[in-house]
Design a protein around this ligand. Structure first.
Ligand SMILES: [Cu+2]
Length: 126
C-alpha cells in the first residue's frame, strides 16, 4: 500500500514537471531561435551608439541565415551590400544564404550621429 502511494506521488510530480516544461516556456525571455526553420542559422546583431556588439560575426556558407537587427541604443541600420541586406528599425529581419565563403563588410546604413562612419563589423562566411 505504501509503495502504491509513493508511485502516485512520483507520477504526479513527473506530470507536473512535464506540464511546467511544456507550458512554462512562453514566460521565458523571447527566444528568436524558437521560430527558426530547421537548418537555419541565427545571426543576431545588436547595435548601440556607435558600434555593433561584435567586431566579427561568423556563419556557414550554403546554409540559410536569419539576420536580426536589434537596436539597443540609438536608431541604426545594418547593411551587407554583397548580400543585398539592408535592415533598420522598421525592417529588422532578413533571410539570406551566403553561397561563397569570404569576408563581408557589415555597416550601419542609417545616419545615426557622430560615430556613424565607425559602425563597421565583418561577417565571415566559412
Ligand atoms: Cu549609423
Amino acid at each position: 500500500m505504501h509503495k502504491w502511494t509513493m508511485f502516485v506521488v512520483f507520477a504526479a510530480a513527473a506530470l507536473l514537471s512535464v506540464y511546467l516544461l511544456t507550458f512554462g516556456l512562453p514566460e521565458k525571455p523571447k527566444d528568436e531561435s524558437a521560430g527558426l526553420p530547421e537548418g537555419t542559422q541565427l545571426l543576431k546583431v545588436q547595435a548601440s551608439n556607435y558600434e555593433f556588439n561584435e567586431k566579427e560575426y561568423h556563419v556557414k556558407a550554403g546554409e540559410p541565415v536569419r539576420i536580426i537587427l536589434q537596436n539597443k541604443s540609438g536608431l541604426h541600420g545594418l547593411e551587407i551590400k554583397e548580400a543585398n541586406v539592408n535592415l533598420n528599425q522598421e525592417n529588422t529581419q532578413a533571410d539570406v544564404t551566403f553561397d561563397k565563403p569570404g569576408t563581408y563588410e557589415l555597416h550601419c546604413s542609417v545616419l545615426c550621429g557622430s560615430g556613424h562612419a565607425d559602425m563597421k563589423s565583418v561577417l565571415i562566411v566559412e
